[in-house]
Write a protein that binds this ligand. Structure first.
Ligand SMILES: [Fe+2]
Length: 289
């Protein structure tokens, strides 16, 4: 008997609440977002990198025009929030709402978070659960390593990472839109592969200059995604040219939530129906819109 071809072999996933395996080829996750834009699936390389590193960078995903408009909104939100109508006073307000289900976000979450039983062409199989704006001046950003060991954490902790051959689930997942360039220092730092680490964090990792930490640089408009179960930390913002202007948003399974954040009800009401499914109640039973 010949060995299965790894490029076409399918993972074996148990069906939810029933006996048997999921028919992978019949799973029909959303192919467009709420703005009818085609979903962008992660490439095999991106999928592999995220699964092995615990984080992934997509440099320059947004166009210059998009970055300019979104960054202007962030500065206004930061500096003069009262100039915005109350429902828009958040990092999903104005032009930023489009980021919540950006085509790459949908493609990525389809791969690493979506529950096929709670997903259709009109309903996302995952949720968005929080968002915040990080506007950091030179020197701001505290070093504080946290999380790690996700593969060995029990469900309920919120920071677990699970995988079988051919499929991975990242649990609480952080999305960072970098709207200003990230130069040599000041972005989020990671310990590669620590979401699967079997050992506790070594004492040396408490030093910002330890070689255990991996840094990235990127142009404005880049997207960073990481499993919260990966050991990570903020670091002091080094640039004297501009602030860090980053939107941190978290995504999760339909039936799990870590953060207390909720979107403003009027902002939610004004969204297209498919986008609203990102913010539906946190449960499984009957939760397919
Ligand atoms: Fe964190």
């Amino acid at each position: 008997m010949s060995a299965p071809d790894p490029s076409t072999a399918k993972p074996l996933l148990f069906q939810q609440s029933r006996v048997g395996y999921v028919e992978i080829d019949e799973v029909d996750l959303p192919r467009t977002n709420a703005a009818s834009k085609p979903v962008i699936d992660p490439t095999p390389e991106q999928r592999y990198l995220f699964d092995t590193q615990g984080w992934l960078l997509i440099p320059g995903l947004l166009s210059e025009d998009e970055v300019e408009e979104m960054r202007a909104f962030c500065y206004r939100l930061h500096q003069e929030p009262e100039s915005l109508p109350e429902p828009q006073r958040s990092p999903i307000g104005g032009p930023l709402e489009e980021l919540t289900d950006h085509p790459f976000i949908v493609g990525f979450m389809n791969e690493f978070l979506a529950n096929p039983d709670l997903s259709s062409q009109d309903c996302y199989g995952f949720r968005m659960e929080s968002t915040s704006l990080a506007m950091r001046q030179t020197g701001e950003g505290g070093f504080g390593p946290h999380n790690g060991n996700g593969l060995w954490r029990l469900p309920g902790d919120g920071h677990n990472y699970r995988c079988v051959p051919g499929k991975a689930r990242s649990s609480l997942t952080c999305v960072v839109w970098e709207l200003n360039e990230v130069e040599a220092s000041g972005g989020t730092l990671f310990i590669n592969g620590s979401h699967k680490a079997a050992f506790p964090l070594p004492a040396g990792a408490q030093n910002l200059d330890s070689d255990l930490w991996t840094r990235y640089t990127c142009p404005a408009g880049s997207l960073l995604i990481f499993a919260e179960s990966t050991t990570h930390t903020a670091s002091p913002w080094g640039s004297t040219n501009h602030e860090r202007c980053a939107i941190f948003s978290r995504y999760n399974y339909v039936d799990s939530k870590w953060h207390k954040w909720q979107p403003h009800p009027e902002a939610l009401e004004a969204m297209p129906p498919k986008r609203r499914t990102l913010f539906r109640p946190v449960h499984v039973e009957g939760n397919l819109i």
